[in-house]
Ligand binder design. Sequence first.
Ligand SMILES: C[S@@+](CC[C@H](N)C(=O)[O-])C[C@H]1O[C@@H](n2cnc3c(N)ncnc32)[C@H](O)[C@@H]1O
Length: 272
Amino acid sequence: MAIARRVVHHLKRNLIVPTVPVACLPALDMARVVERGRCAYDGYQRGSALAHGTLAEEVWNDPLFRKALAVARLPQVRTMCTEPRLMNLFLLTKFFLKDLASQNVIEYGTYRGGGALFMAALLKELYPGAKVWALDTFEGMPEVDARVDLPPPDDFAATNLDTIRFTAAGLGLDNVTFVKGLIQDTAQTVYAEAGSFGLAHIDVVLHSAVKYAQDSVWEVMAPGGYLVYDDATEPTCPGATRAVEEMIEGRGLSIEQVWPQVVMRAKLASLD
Ligand SMILES: C[S@@+](CC[C@H](N)C(=O)[O-])C[C@H]1O[C@@H](n2cnc3c(N)ncnc32)[C@H](O)[C@@H]1O
């Protein structure tokens, strides 16, 4: 029985051509209110439907998701982001970013580039005026603080910025800018150029970098903007978890979504 189910799942996953865009998210039996700087309804609507409902299958059958996924998984730029996390980024971009004053995206930690190109492919179609800024050393991980971080499982040196830029150009993704260097040295110039962001994808693993990203981006986030953390619930990234705890303590916030990524909101006062 289990084998039959797996075969059906595999056939559905690989043989059905994606043709049906996701139209909406399922409603929850919960009040949709803002409390402690977040809207739990929105977060649990995304997470619970991806984990337990049919939403993951619907997203898989969405032509835009599959187009962006194909970009993200090109071998030379292949993203480390898992499929559920890419699905969540897709839902945030398609259904939630539209309500904000800015649809620009900033990614802290780009590595081979696939996640940034995934977001660029989505923005290109959904918000043609918006841009992605993708920040990384593109030379590997900086020094680890052994008091709060574990040594990362990879040195992240196997990346090539020329290859990433060449791939973006070949795909016609002229809405993404790659910025090389420590984020602590490059971010302020990016903020001045971009003005504001609707979504910050924080994927820099280490405590110092996650903390710098969340603290420095705060002022340039659109009200209600999304802070999306890829590492905060990873067993290998205690420093990223600590940084999120500091965000909660320091700003009196709660987490909007815990799975597949930690999502928090910047400056969210109401749902207007
Ligand atoms: C987990 S990877 C990013 C994965 C990527 N988002 C993807 O889609 O596959 C983490 C990256 O953060 C970068 N990084 C960590 N600390 C940094 C810092 N202070 N400045 C710039 N890049 C940093 C590393 O070089 C590494 O490439």
